[in-house]
Design a protein around this ligand. Structure first.
Ligand SMILES: *[C@@H]1O[C@H](CO)[C@@H](O)[C@H](O)[C@H]1NC(C)=O
Length: 285
């Protein structure tokens, strides 16, 4: 392929290609190396052309020495789970995927084996955060409490499985968006804690809430986790006090009674006028 761009005669180019592929010396290298990380489960993936070759993953922390990843030595899979290897989390890691000489071939010099390097990756700052689950409780007419469940990670420490709160501690906030079910106006609050209170709501109205993890200490595009599904409160009469209810019933009753009285009086009035007219016209001229 590189030949096409140079001025090397086509014949020579073709010959080189034949030797490097059919000649058995063609050594496939890892391509399309990507980091995937969700809730601090971090996996390195790559693609290869089908062959008998195996691959070993090495990693280095902060540009330090290369270390073999114990679970990913001479593997034929095209992914390596580095979740429990990349500690401490808040460091910059680079991986190297090295093609291993096939067992039947010990003529190849180790130095000729291809390496493919990954981009830098810092799990603490770059791992995606999944959508959270939460419940909404009404505290009083105008305040609700959101109880957010911190997503669990695959990282264990001292026999305990850590949550994202155990890892991010005070760097973890939650962004809460809410709006009246009947309107489009949206409001936002940031909560430092996994138990959040939203106040100054309109009594009796139904509100809907969505929540996402929010890590302001990270670079802008990596700050926000996935949005949760929406949870709504019931719009109900709870917001109205008993006094207000009695008042409304009283007003309605008064209006009904007044209407009945007025229409009855009117009718009597009309009937009297009619009979008066009849007497007048029937009188002899
Ligand atoms: C995080 O999620 C975004 C959007 O889905 C994706 O493009 C990115 O590759 C993910 N990053 C990691 C490290 O998994």
């Amino acid at each position: 392929m590189a030949c096409a761009k140079t001025l090397i005669p086509t014949g020579v180019c073709f010959l080189t290609w034949i030797i490097s592929t059919a000649g058995g010396n063609y050594i496939p290298e890892a391509e399309n190396v990507h980091w995937f990380s969700l809730d601090f489960t971090t996996i390195l993936t790559w693609t290869v052309k089908p062959s008998e070759y195996k691959y070993t993953v090495l990693y280095s922390m902060d540009e330090g020495d290369w270390i073999e990843s114990p679970d990913c030595i001479q593997i034929s899979e095209t992914e390596c789970d580095l979740t429990n290897i990349l500690t401490p989390l808040d460091r910059s890691y680079t991986a190297d995927i090295q093609t291993e000489s096939a067992e039947f071939d010990d003529t190849t010099d180790e130095d000729d084996l291809p390496h493919t390097f990954s981009s830098h990756f810092n799990p603490y700052r770059e791992s995606n955060i999944s959508a959270v689950k939460f419940t909404v409780q009404a505290m009083d007419d105008t305040t609700v409490r959101l109880i957010i469940t911190d997503p669990i990670t695959a990282i264990h420490q001292g026999g305990k499985q850590l949550s994202i709160r155990d890892i991010l501690r005070n760097d973890l906030k939650y962004k809460i968006n809410y709006y009246k079910a009947a309107s489009t106006g949206k409001r936002e609050v940031i909560s430092d804690s996994s138990i959040a209170e939203v106040s100054k709501l309109d009594a009796g109205e139904s509100y809907c809430f969505i929540v996402a993890a929010f890590i302001p200490s990270r670079a802008k595009p990596l700050q926000q986790g996935a949005w949760s599904t929406q949870q709504c409160t019931q719009g109900n009469m709870q917001g109205l006090s008993v006094g207000a209810l009695v008042g409304i019933i009283f007003i309605v009753l008064t209006v009904v009674i007044v209407t009945i009285i007025v229409s009855t009086l009117c009718c009597r009035c009309c009937q009297r006028n009619k009979s008066l007219q009849i007497t007048q016209t029937s009188a002899p001229v």
